[in-house]
Design a protein around this ligand. Sequence first.
Ligand code: HEC
Ligand code: HEC
Ligand code: HEC
Ligand code: HEC
Ligand code: HEC
Ligand code: HEC
Ligand code: HEC
Ligand code: HEC
Length: 425
Amino acid sequence: MKKAVFNLLFLTGVLLFCFVKLGNAEENCIMCHQGINPGLVRDWNSSKHSKIDVTCSVCHGTKHTGPHNINLAQLPDEHLCSTCHQKQFDEFVKGKHNFGWISMNALPVSHVEPDELIEGGRGCGGCHNMGIKTEAQRKEQWGKGYRYQNNSCDECHTRHTFSKKEALDPRACQQCHMGFDHPQWEMWSSAKHGSRWFIKDSGNLPEDAQAPKCQDCHLPNGTHENRTAWGFLGVRLPMPDDPQWKADRITILKALGVLNPETGEPTARLEAIKAADMVRLTEESWRAEREKMIKTCSKCHSERYAREQLKMGDSIMQKADRLMAEAIEIVAGLYKDGIIKKPDNYSFAYPDFLYFMQTGGGDMKKLSYIDQVLLQMYIKHRMRTFQAFFHVNPDYAYWYGWEMMVKDLGEIKELAETMRANHSK
Ligand code: HEC
Ligand code: HEC
Ligand code: HEC
Ligand code: HEC
Ligand code: HEC
Ligand code: HEC
Ligand code: HEC
Ligand code: HEC
């Protein structure tokens, strides 16, 4: 009995609070959604937004009022957040994350894969939702029947808590920076910087012990603008001075489809790559990013130490490019001699890395296996070789990186020999 009275009083209190504190529409949103999605409302309740009246309708509008008009609920994009968080928005716009959707769409492979993996967001599009979509891109997505994924701010500050602490935790980066072609999570967390962070997190290092996490090196001082010197593709302009490295780089750029394999002239694809800021186009822009990083390392290491470490990353890239170019040339030779036929969608009779494993150009009946081994050598093993140097991980640098490139080269040689023998029969 006592408990029931208490409950009644408590409930009246809550209701009274709602009436006084919030307008009618707001009360309705929360009251109704409390019954439908109590977990979601609890998350919002625990956010700073809930304490300062950034309520449901601030972000979703007031047009939807119940189950009969669900589609009238607006799903807010980044511009809505910018009305109160201009600084973070402006920085984000200048950074590399803002190019996620553009760069994904710049790749021919994303146009031959199932929509569920792109617009639906359970594949490429799940990670490449990072970046503000243009009106045309949104229309295309909605046109295909996909309604969500309109906001990239909630990729690090997940809804509806929208927490700063969460975004400062390296685990906020894990979902996307992991796995096949960019295992920064695995490399960092199993190397000294990361293991130290976890040891500290479990209380086994002093409070003041230093342990750099992703954000310390890539989003220092609260900035939302991110970019690295080499980037993902690990190519840049101008070309290297060393003649062998230059030749190897040209071979790689042909396989990326940005140089015409027959003439060596730039193709239209180069413009798309430039538009997505995928490569640093000058020595100065590359060096500016590198020097920022050295400054960050120097908070904890001697500058000389840091420079030597990063320079090693550059020089292993040169050696990896030698292996890579040799492999590309073997496969390119098979195209030249008509042993592999040019897929209809390819621009040239030459390997095309930007179709990923779709080495038939989208035609599943025409997959070329040797091209898949070659692609794996580039996008999985070459990436690991240099990314592991930058993330100070010995095992990834050797066994999962360099050594696997050597194995791929062996396999490509063997396959090419067999293919040639079969062809001449
Ligand atoms: C009378 C109940 C009711 C009220 C009042 C109500 N909603 Fe809803 N809302 C729903 C239902 C039901 C759904 C669909 C939920 C589902 O699919 O599980 C929904 C869905 C939503 C969605 C998701 C839309 C989507 O496409 O998935 C948002 C956002 C939303 N409501 C916000 C609000 C806001 C903001 C208000 C107040 C202005 C509000 N709701 C008021 C019942 C209500
Ligand atoms: C600070 C802005 C903000 C506030 C406040 C907010 N939302 Fe949302 N909400 C979002 C964003 C961003 C999304 C994701 C949109 C997308 O994916 O396109 C979202 C998605 C949703 C969805 C659909 C996705 C899902 O997980 O089911 C529902 C339902 C929803 N909100 C309900 C609510 C309700 C109810 C409230 C109030 C208790 C609320 N929201 C408050 C920003 C907000
Ligand atoms: C109407 C204004 C308004 C809108 C719209 C808004 N916010 Fe906020 N938000 C605030 C204010 C004010 C604070 C500061 C609260 C404080 O520090 O006490 C805040 C705090 C935050 C924080 C820091 C929370 C913390 O843990 O310290 C994050 C992250 C955030 N907002 C993200 C977003 C995102 C993402 C969106 C869009 C989906 C958004 N906000 C929309 C007003 C807004
Ligand atoms: C697990 C999340 C994830 C998936 C799935 C994914 N990507 Fe990525 N992608 C990333 C991340 C993270 C980066 C940046 C990695 C880096 O710089 O090392 C990236 C980089 C890229 C880049 C290079 C961008 C640049 O400017 O250098 C392109 C292009 C790209 N991805 C396209 C795709 C396409 C196309 C697909 C699907 C066929 C795909 N990605 C699948 C997370 C993902
Ligand atoms: C101690 C500093 C440091 C930490 C911690 C760190 N990185 Fe890096 N990261 C680097 C350096 C150095 C580079 C290479 C910069 C260059 O190109 O000169 C790099 C490069 C990258 C790149 C571009 C591709 C590549 O791997 O070369 C991505 C993406 C990235 N880091 C993400 C992450 C993520 C995610 C985490 C956390 C799981 C992380 N980093 C932790 C220093 C760090
Ligand atoms: C890649 C992850 C990431 C994304 C995406 C991201 N943020 Fe953040 N955000 C962070 C980190 C990390 C911090 C903590 C910065 C610090 O204080 O060091 C932060 C802090 C904030 C804060 C709190 C600032 C303060 O000092 O109180 C706001 C507000 C915020 N972000 C808004 C946004 C908005 C708006 C967007 C989308 C345009 C966005 N964030 C996208 C990682 C991210
Ligand atoms: C939702 C997925 C997602 C999350 C979460 C995410 N990223 Fe990214 N990140 C990407 C994608 C996609 C790219 C490549 C953007 C492009 O295509 O241009 C990228 C690029 C980067 C780059 C630039 C690499 C280059 O090309 O120079 C850095 C650095 C980076 N992310 C760091 C972080 C850090 C640190 C966090 C966590 C605080 C984080 N990211 C969280 C998806 C994500
Ligand atoms: C916030 C401080 C901090 C920053 C920033 C930092 N480090 Fe470290 N680093 C450490 C600590 C602490 C260790 C562990 C010391 C040890 O191994 O005895 C370490 C270890 C290392 C090691 C040795 C790992 C091993 O296997 O023995 C290398 C190499 C290294 N860091 C390079 C870098 C580079 C390069 C940067 C910048 C991109 C950087 N660090 C940024 C704190 C930092």
